[in-house]
Design a protein around this ligand. Structure first.
Ligand code: NAP
Length: 253
């Protein structure tokens, strides 16, 4: 299948996994709608994506901005074929140390905004028999210390993926997620890691990932595009696809 006439929305495309997906989908010929809060970064990615790209500066936690993403897409392109719910944040913290502000930020960004944006996009996806790819994490099906609200948010996102897949299957709309482990992006530094901590975390990933290395945004982009491809992934819905270098099958011994 070609993405030539397809309209693909990617949230959080101003950095990391979303930016990688945007560049990949443009290489596949898609018209893409990229969103993010950081206008300068978004512009930079837009320039790497050629001419078939609409960039929308939007905060996914702002209700009016969520309407803006969908309305501008329809005004410009008249349809939606793929929604990639990628924008997300983490916060370090345990049950004793996570503030309610941190909890709300993570749950609002990673779950509430996805719920509402999907709700707004669904009537258009039904018309095109399109599909949704959520960017979850290995932290959905697995537990990691000091990441309580993040793990909870991604577990909720995985359940959302499966429930909505069930609801939209009769409409011919597929819903899946990718669940990455350590991918090199700005994510961990935004979590508060300094350069030194980041480098040592990256080094340790050789032992925590069965394949002995961290992943790249090209590898997540390939997985997103595979799930979004109505030919290659035509019989796949409700799947949370680990893109984790075998991290989830590792077990301390
Ligand atoms: N990197 C990893 O190891 C890893 C592993 C598993 C899952 N993930 C997931 O992958 C997704 C992307 O993360 P990343 O690794 O690419 O991190 P990143 O480089 O920090 O990128 C995060 C993206 O999300 C956007 N974003 C965050 N909050 C937003 C908001 N309120 N409104 C609009 N956009 C917002 C950011 O946009 P602005 O900068 O413009 O605000 C940015 O484009 C997240 O859902 C994350 O949970 C990452």
């Amino acid at each position: 299948m070609t993405f030539e006439s397809k309209i693909v929305i990617i949230t959080g495309a101003s950095s990391g996994i979303g930016a990688g997906a945007a560049i990949h989908f443009s290489k596949l010929g898609a018209n893409i709608v990229i969103t993010g809060r950081n206008e300068i970064n978004l512009k930079e990615i837009q320039e790497k994506c050629g001419s078939k790209v609409l960039a929308i500066v939007a905060d996914v936690n702002d209700e009016a901005d969520r309407h803006k993403i969908i309305n501008s897409t329809i005004e410009n392109f008249g349809r939606i074929d793929v929604l990639v719910n990628n924008a997300g944040v983490g916060e370090a913290g345990t049950i004793l140390t996570t503030s309610l502000e941190q909890y709300d930020k993570v749950m609002n960004t990673n779950v509430r905004s996805v719920f509402h944006l999907t709700q707004l996009a669904t009537p258009y996806l039904i018309k095109t028999r399109g599909n949704i790819v959520n960017v979850s994490s290995v932290a959905g099906p697995r537990q990691f210390p000091n990441l309580l609200s993040y793990c909870m948010s991604k577990a909720a996102l995985d359940q959302f993926t499966k429930c909505v897949a069930l609801e939209l299957a009769p409409e011919g709309v597929r819903v899946n997620s990718i669940n990455p482990a350590f991918i090199v992006t700005n994510f961990h530094k935004r979590l508060g890691m300094n350069e030194e901590a980041y480098e040592s975390f990256k080094l340790r990933a050789k032992e925590t990932h069965a394949l002995g290395r961290v992943g790249t945004t090209e590898e997540t982009a390939n997985a997103i595009a595979f799930l979004a491809n109505n030919d290659l992934a035509s019989f796949i819905t409700g799947t949370c696809l680990l893109v984790d270098g075998g991290k989830a099958v590792m077990c301390p011994r």
